[in-house]
Design a protein around this ligand. Structure first.
Ligand code: KE4
Length: 429
């Protein structure tokens, strides 16, 4: 691929933006490649500023489950924009969005809109601490919950990618209340509760890990977490920023049948605009200002453009009964194609898939069901694989520790092309 203009623009961007990007993983550093600058996107395709077109499996990191520039979503944003962009006052849009979320997410009785997944998780932890009057909380090594100070301990996503699980700038004071357990290891959680039976406000988890690559929960792991948190009076928080509305209309909690006390949402809920949300039982949520004493606020929270886009997205997901079956069909076809290629080329790799999210790990391990197994992957090999895929017009996550997302816009032809590109790349590795 000719990417002379992306190279030039990256040099230019580095002069005024740290690392040339507004979010680290976009710099393609871990895949030793110059990032591509996108100029437009439609459906399953993105086009860069050198006019190279790619089949996109990054999906803006998850939001675009209906594909890029969905006509109905664009129309809803355009119509809303003609009536103004933000009022800083209540709108009926926000009530409609809240009612839609309450209808779709089984455990949510009340919900508060924010502007990102990071804001949602930061606010959920503050709410849990205020509600339980306890300071500590448990997260899992390799899970990523945004860049709030207390989460950047053994974090996933870009933090693992750049080997920065414990970011400088996070003080010991804020880190001391973050306890780390091992994903899929219920004994590591039990041990923390036994050590601090009355100090733990919450356990926050990605119900399907996406930020160490896709790592599904072992059978009963979520159920055992639910029992343990209830036993010790701690809140169970599902961080469904990725899984929400992706694994099912009701997210992972519907998919696995385990109900958390609080749920954080983002990505899909905004239809591609900046939106996050957190919600749960009304007895917990009613502790938030102005109803209760726990403070959280935001100038643009629930703004009309994001609500219009998000409402349109959720209405589409609600109205089309076949969307989740079709997503499953597309993703299963891609999975089966890659598994066949792994066999044909005798590649040491593991493919983890849950619904329309998956990750191909280059590892000698027989399985990838833990953080340690995930980080044992060969990131150099992944980098070579990524570049070969990109050169053949397939845009994958520029990190071993992220997801490949299948969207409703991916056609059978797109999936066949991705399978063929995968075979060529695995054969060449
Ligand atoms: P944002 O603040 O980026 O909207 O959401 C943070 C967040 C919270 N929880 C989960 C489970 C998440 O996956 C994320 C953000 N995901 C990463 C990629 N896996 C965002 C991409 C980026 O950092 O550029």
């Amino acid at each position: 691929m000719n990417n002379i203009n992306s190279i030039k623009e990256f040099e230019r961007a580095n002069k005024s933006i740290p690392g040339g990007v507004n979010s680290p993983v976009r710099a393609f550093k871990s895949v030793n490649t110059n990032p591509i600058f996108i100029k437009s996107a439609k459906g399953s395709k993105v086009t860069d500023i050198d006019d190279n077109q790619y089949i996109d499996f990054v999906s803006s990191w998850g939001p675009l489950i209906l594909g890029h520039a969905n006509d109905k979503i664009i129309d809803s944003i355009t119509k809303a924009a003609q009536k103004g962009t933000s009022y800083g006052a209540p709108t009926v849009y926000e009530t409609e969005m809240a009612e839609m979320i309450v209808k779709m997410i089984p455990s949510i009785e009340k919900v508060r809109m924010v502007n990102s997944g990071t804001e949602a998780t930061m606010s959920a932890i503050r709410l849990a601490r205020g509600y339980t009057k306890r300071d500590s909380f448990i997260k899992f090594a390799g899970n990523y919950h945004g860049h709030g100070d207390s989460f950047l301990i053994k974090a996933g996503s870009g933090a693992i990618t750049f080997g920065l699980p414990d970011s400088p700038g996070v003080t010991q004071a804020s880190a001391k209340d973050t306890l780390i357990a091992d994903y899929n290891n219920i004994d590591s959680v039990k041990k923390l509760f036994e050590e601090k039976p009355n100090e733990i406000a919450a356990v926050i988890i990605e119900p399907v890990a996406g930020n160490m690559g896709v790592v599904p929960p072992n059978k009963n792991f979520l159920k055992e977490l639910r029992e343990l948190t209830s036993k010790y009076g701690a809140l169970l928080i599902f961080d469904e920023v990725i899984t929400g509305f992706r694994l099912a209309k009701g997210g992972a909690q519907e998919y696995f049948g385990v109900m958390p006390d609080l749920t954080t949402l983002g990505k899909i809920i905004g239809g591609g605009l900046p939106v996050g949300a957190y919600g749960g039982k009304k007895e917990i949520m009613d502790n938030l200002a102005p109803e209760g004493p726990i403070y959280q606020a935001g100038t643009l929270s629930g703004n009309p453009l994001a609500m219009a886009a998000g409402l349109c997205m959720l209405n589409e997901l609600n109205s089309n009964e076949t969307i989740y079956n079709e997503l499953e069909h597309k993703a299963k076809k891609l999975e089966e194609g890659i598994l066949k290629n792994i066999k044909i080329t005798n590649t040491k790799a593991i493919l983890n898939r849950v619904g329309s999210m998956m990750t191909l790990f280059f590892t000698e391990s027989e399985k990838v069901s833990s953080y340690d197994e995930a980080v044992s992957s060969d990131t150099e090999k992944y980098a070579k694989y990524f570049k070969m895929a990109l050169d053949s017009g397939i845009y994958l996550a520029p990190s071993q520790f992220e997801c490949l997302f299948v969207s409703f816009a991916h056609t059978d032809e797109d999936i066949d092309k991705a399978i063929n590109a995968n075979l060529a790349a695995l054969s060449a590795l």
